[in-house]
Design a protein around this ligand. Structure first.
Ligand code: UGC
Ligand code: NI
Length: 168
């Protein structure tokens, strides 16, 4: 069974999948008469012409680890971001957009661990596992798309991929 190695989340490593939302090491400029640093345009909100951007909160239970990754999903009509509200680390499993077909090469699947000050923004059609909290009832601010059409494709692997992780 393929086992994923969990990589630390960095802007560079995650670039094929989307944006890392963080202030550490990022450019900023002063606003509000010098009282506030603006870390500008950290992520791109992507929408189709019929979509509407919305803000939600996800309260997530932890999954059973080690996790058998059986499926990934993608959102063809818009990006989806997850920003932790309680400052806890969380896990990501992703795969690149590929050729656009409803298929994922298991060798392209990667896992990342977000530190306590990072969020992510999955770009349109980037394959990802549904939110994987590492604390029960953890909460995430979610910016994504609502509108007509089915905005969630799922792909199930012939053989599950193992994700082992040390819980806090
Ligand atoms: N289904 C839903 O809104 N959540 C997923 O897209 C997810 O990535 O957690
Ligand atoms: Ni999603």
């Amino acid at each position: 069974m393929k086992t994923l190695t969990i990589e630390p989340l960095t802007k560079e490593a995650f670039a094929p999948f989307g944006d890392v939302i963080e202030s550490e090491g990022r450019d900023h400029f002063m606003i509000n008469n010098g009282s506030t640093q603006r870390y500008h345009n950290l992520g791109e909100v992507q929408l189709d012409e019929d979509g509407q951007g919305i803000i939600s909160i996800f309260r997530a239970k932890t999954l059973e680890y080690p996790l058998q990754v059986k499926m990934l999903e993608r959102h063809p009509f818009g990006s989806q971001s997850f920003i932790p509200l309680f400052g806890h680390e969380f896990l990501l499993v992703v795969a690149p957009v590929g050729d656009g077909s409803l298929n994922i090469d298991p060798s392209t699947v990667r896992a990342f661990r977000a530190n306590s000050r990072q969020g992510v923004n999955y770009h349109r059609n980037v394959w990802h596992h549904p939110i994987m909290a590492l604390r029960d009832d953890d909460e995430f601010l979610v910016v994504d798309r609502t509108g007509p059409g089915n905005n969630c494709d799922e792909f199930f692997f012939d053989e599950a991929i193992q994700l082992s992780v040390e819980l806090d």
